[in-house]
Design a protein around this ligand. Structure first.
Ligand SMILES: Cc1ncc(COP(=O)(O)O)c(C=O)c1O
Length: 427
């Protein structure tokens, strides 16, 4: 079933039949993983890039932990159940999934906050330099954080924004660059940036780099230390299935642990939080990037997802992700191209994350109709429909059925019904 031009299992030049799709599911080495997640029956969930599905083991684990922890052991749980240490004990389990060592990763706060902390730390490490490089297509919160950091703390430094091509970004990096910060997989298009090449360009010019891996970790193999990355941040509620608002991760390369400092000097980052010394002395470990008390319930949920990830072969995961996205794109082209649906995700599987995005002038309405017909993706302004393909719980049949439902919505024009035009708060 291999195609000619790439290593994938989707035939490129033949019409795709339901039989082919069935065969793909039969041969899928990850097929049984879906049993580990709880999703509503008949729902085709293609939004794991925004909020991952819940592992089935979460409710009973969280309930037991709470009954024993909160209601029985109460305050003693911080010690007895190891809850105080979860930000780094769980992070140590996450570290191998991103090519980091134990002690280089922390699970705390949100991605935005972690970007703030690492950006200020990196700028102080390159105090004599004036520019921050990012790109115009970066996630808005990342750009807002950079702007806030500059306006409030470094008014003499400047933000320079490139377009989304690696070459254009690299062309902006020079001896005045303090920090380069980019999102590895573009949240809108799913395009993957060349981590190794851009990191090297930053280092060749004496700059530091911060990668936002929100759409990468859990979706594709990542090797931060192989690429010699300085800092990284990202969300754990997307492909890592930690649940709504789960703690974000923060990576600091071991070589920077001593020099980098956290501006948010809360008590949890103190060398001895329970010494209650009013003078701040930062922890010598990655814990210096803690600030306040962690929200433990989300950590417990994330722990159950890590139980699953620790058994996964990331080569298989990546191949299935590329197959699923390839299948979706080909089926869209075969069945929906008459309706002005345009794919904006890279065709090259090597630079494609685990999502496919398409544009249409009626994307909002079409996505609402899809959701009502049990296919959940999401909408990104101004005109993008985003579909995330989570290899652990998405089948090839899901992809086939999703496109059939989309085709029907387009053929019948049902999306034109007035109810689909109403905008919602979260898109
Ligand atoms: C690429 C990227 N960076 C940052 C964020 C913001 O994350 P948080 O809300 O945890 O700060 C998101 C959220 O979707 C994102 O997609």
């Amino acid at each position: 079933m291999s195609s000619k031009n790439n290593n994938l299992d989707i035939p490129e030049n033949a019409k795709i039949s339901q039989e082919i799709v069935k065969l793909l599911d039969e041969k899928d080495p990850l097929a049984t993983q879906a049993d580990k997640f709880k999703l509503p029956k008949d729902l085709i969930y293609l939004d794991g890039n925004s909020l991952g599905a819940m592992p089935k083991s979460v409710p009973s684990y969280v309930e037991d932990a709470l009954l024993d922890g909160w209601s029985t052991q109460l305050i003693r749980s911080w010690n007895n159940k190891g809850w105080h240490n979860l930000p780094f004990t769980l992070a140590d389990r996450l570290a191998p999934i991103m090519g980091a060592k134990k002690g280089e990763v922390l699970l705390v706060d949100s991605t935005s906050l972690n970007l703030f902390k690492t950006l200020v730390a990196a700028l102080k490490m390159r105090a004599d330099r004036v520019n921050i490089i990012s790109d115009k297509t970066n996630f808005p919160s990342d750009i807002h954080i950079i702007q806030g950091v500059l306006d409030n703390f470094f008014p003499d430094k400047k933000l320079k924004l490139s377009g989304s091509s690696d070459e254009e970004t690299i062309s902006l990096i020079d001896s005045k660059t303090a920090v380069v910060t980019l999102t590895h997989v573009d949240y809108k298009t799913g395009k993957i940036r060349d981590m190794q090449k851009i990191t090297k360009a930053a280092h060749d010019n004496g700059a530091l780099i911060i990668w936002d891996l929100s759409h990468s970790v859990g979706a594709l193999p990542i090797d931060l230390n192989h690429c010699e990355v300085d800092f990284a941040v990202g969300c754990s509620y997307k492909y890592l299935n930690g649940g709504h608002g789960a703690p974000a991760y923060l990576f600091v390369a071991q070589r920077h642990l001593e020099e980098s400092q956290n501006t948010l000097t809360g008590w949890m980052g103190h060398a001895s939080p329970f010494g209650f010394d009013i003078n701040y002395e930062p922890s010598k470990t990655i814990e210096k990037f803690r600030c306040g008390t962690p929200a433990i319930l989300s950590y417990l949920a994330l722990e159950k997802s890590l139980d699953i990830f620790e058994t996964i072969d990331f080569g298989q995961l990546r191949k299935k992700s590329q197959n699923l996205t390839q299948l979706f794109m080909q089926l869209i082209e075969e069945n929906c191209s008459d309706y002005g649906i345009k794919i904006i995700t890279p065709r090259d599987p090597e630079i494609r994350g685990s999502q496919v995005s398409v544009t249409n002038e009626n994307s909002w309405e079409i996505m609402q109709a899809l959701i009502e017909h049990n296919v959940v993706g999401d909408f990104r302004a101004p005109n993008i429909m985003r579909f995330g393909f989570t290899p652990l719980y998405t089948s090839y049949e899901n992809v086939w059925n999703a496109v059939k439902i989309l085709q029907k919505i387009l053929d019948t024009g049902i999306w034109k019904e007035e109810k689909y035009a109403t905008r919602k708060l979260v898109t």
